[in-house]
Design a protein. Structure first.
Length: 260
C-alpha cells in the first residue's frame, strides 16, 4: 500500500481507485478508509477517488502525540503532494468534514470544490449532541448499539445485518482513539469559515442527532455562497443508507465545478 510522508515524518497510507478528476473522500473520527467502502463505487465511474487512513488508524503510522483537525488537513495535503496533484475535490463527512474545513481555510489552492457532510464548525459555535447521548456512548457495553442507532434508521438496520464500516477502526490503539476524540472535540474553524472561497455543498440527514442537523444551515450561513441540503429521514450515516439520494447530489454538484 502506498504511503505519503508528512513534514513531521509520519507515514500516511492512501488508496486510489476509479478514473477522472481527483476526489478525496475523508472518513469520520477513529475510522479508516473502509468508512467509504459501501459507496465508493458510486463515484468511481466519474472520478479518481482517493481515501486515506488517518494517522492513528489503518496502515498509517500511529504516533502517540497531539492530533488536531488542522494537522489532519496537513496530512491530506501530503497525500495530494505524494500523488502529484495540485488540487482535488474534497468531500469530508463527520470529523472528515471538520478536517475538510481546514483544507479550504489553510490550503485554498489545493481544492476545486468542497462537500461537507454531517459535520459542524465545532462545539464552541455549533450545535452539539445531548449529554444523554454522550453518557450512552461512554458505556463500553452499549457503544456499538448506540452508534448504530445514531447512524442508521431502525428499518434499515433490520434489513441490513452488517457488517457496518462506520463503527471505528478496531485495530486502533487506545491512545490513538483518545487522540482522535480530543482532536475532534477541540475543532473550532468558526473564524476561518468566512474566508472559504471554494464552491461548497453541505449535506446532512434531517434526523441526525449525533451531529445535529441544524449545523448544516449554520455552516451554509457562515461560508460564502454555500448551499445546504437536508436528506429527509436520514441519520448520521446518510451517505451510506441514503446513498441513492446523496450520491447524485454530490455528483451533480461536482460536475458543475470540474475543470476542463
Amino acid at each position: 500500500m502506498p504511503h505519503a510522508r508528512t513534514a513531521d515524518g509520519t507515514r500516511i497510507a492512501f488508496q486510489v481507485g476509479g478514473v477522472g478528476q481527483p476526489l478525496v473522500l475523508l472518513a469520520g473520527q477513529s475510522n479508516n478508509h473502509h468508512w467509504w467502502d459501501p459507496v465508493r463505487a458510486d463515484f468511481e465511474a466519474s472520478y479518481r477517488t482517493i481515501t486515506l487512513d488517518w494517522r492513528g488508524t489503518g496502515d498509517s503510522d500511529k504516533p502517540d502525540e497531539v492530533y488536531s483537525t488542522p494537522g489532519f488537513a496537513d496530512d491530506v495535503v501530503a497525500v495530494l503532494d505524494a500523488l502529484g496533484l495540485p488540487a482535488a475535490h474534497i468531500y469530508g463527512t463527520s470529523m472528515g468534514g471538520r478536517v475538510a474545513q481546514w483544507i479550504a481555510i489553510n490550503h485554498p489552492d489545493r481544492l476545486q470544490a468542497l462537500v461537507l457532510g454531517c459535520t459542524s464548525p465545532g462545539a464552541k459555535h455549533g450545535y452539539e449532541r445531548s449529554q444523554e447521548i454522550r453518557r450512552a456512548l461512554a458505556d463500553p457495553a452499549r457503544t456499538d448499539r448506540v452508534l448504530l442507532d445514531l447512524m442508521y434508521t431502525p428499518a434499515w438496520l433490520a434489513a441490513n445485518p452488517g457488517p457496518y464500516p462506520v463503527l471505528g477502526d478496531t485495530t486502533m490503539p487506545a491512545y490513538a482513539k483518545r487522540r482522535h476524540l480530543v482532536a475532534s472535540n477541540k475543532h473550532d474553524a468558526w473564524d476561518g469559515l468566512p474566508t472559504i472561497t471554494a464552491p461548497t455543498l453541505i449535506l446532512h440527514g434531517s434526523d441526525d442527532i449525533f451531529s445535529p442537523a441544524a449545523n448544516a444551515q449554520l455552516l451554509a450561513d457562515r461560508i460564502p455562497r454555500a448551499r445546504a441540503e437536508l436528506i429527509a429521514g436520514a441519520r448520521h450515516a446518510y451517505f451510506h443508507e441514503f446513498h441513492s439520494v446523496a450520491g447524485p447530489l454530490v455528483l451533480d454538484f461536482l460536475r458543475t465545478q470540474d475543470r476542463p
